[in-house]
Write a protein that binds this ligand. Sequence first.
Ligand SMILES: Cc1ncc(C[n+]2csc(CCOP(=O)(O)OP(=O)(O)O)c2C)c(N)n1
Ligand code: SF4
Length: 280
Amino acid sequence: MSKMTAAQYKTKIEPVWCPGCGDFGVLNALCNSLSARDVDPKNTVFVSGIGCSGRLPPYVKSYGFHTVHGRVLPIATGIKVANPDLTVVAVGGDGDAFAIGGGHIPHMSRRNPSIVYIVMDNGTYGLTKGQASPTGPLGMKTAASPYGTIEPPLNPIAMALAYDISFVARAYSGKNKELEALITRAMNHRGFSLIDVISPCITFYNTYKDLPPQLAAIPETHDVKDRSKAFELALKEDKIYLGLFYENDRPTFEERIRGVVDQSESSGIPRLDEIFLDFA
Ligand SMILES: Cc1ncc(C[n+]2csc(CCOP(=O)(O)OP(=O)(O)O)c2C)c(N)n1
Ligand code: SF4
């Protein structure tokens, strides 16, 4: 079968996003990357949480699971464990990822399943009409915070590095080629990868003008194995660096599970299903 084009990876379902939403850029880069990598839709699952960004799975030709708010990662992990041969891509917003779902991030690092997690980070809760999210700036005024927020934002890249996630990157939805390249690299990575994609919400928190002057590509000389240097780049206040901060190679969750299964088969310890048979 000939290779599918990027356009063929899109379904006929028209995205309901507002015209100009950054999430369109993510969808385009994703489809370009799926085409470049010749990914088989039959062996691919997109999993999402709830939010405007969480609407993405039906727009891509693949299997999909639009789950519940903040629980995209445990569900994606379950899918990967059930069938490690699948390409599993998790997607969602910064609220989904770092507020209600934030508690899952460290455990994804500990387990390190081969899942690509794309966070469409717009600093706001788009779907619920623009409340401040954990990545919105201090003092952000919204209908729900008319005097400005009183919590400073968290830094997703520094957090991911602190947890030692095995692939940590940041991209901008307006820089499609770079985003596509990062997605492709993350898909080739063995282990959990987090790409924080700055993806502006044109309706509730339009950062299209303010952001570009602060964005800068990570210097080509940066060694992606150097975690301390990656921290330095992540903590810079005058620049928002884009690109791959850090990558390490260590055993994946699916490999370790295979190891436990192999041990259990030779251990002589009865398996759970055999124990259950005693009660049948
Ligand atoms: C358990 C639960 N709590 C709250 C909500 C309401 N809710 C739906 S989406 C959302 C936040 C969306 O923001 P984000 O995850 O950043 O995605 P975006 O819409 O900006 O893409 C919230 C609070 C919900 N659906 N379920
Ligand atoms: S509300 Fe914001 S995040 Fe949601 S579709 Fe519109 S522009 Fe995108």
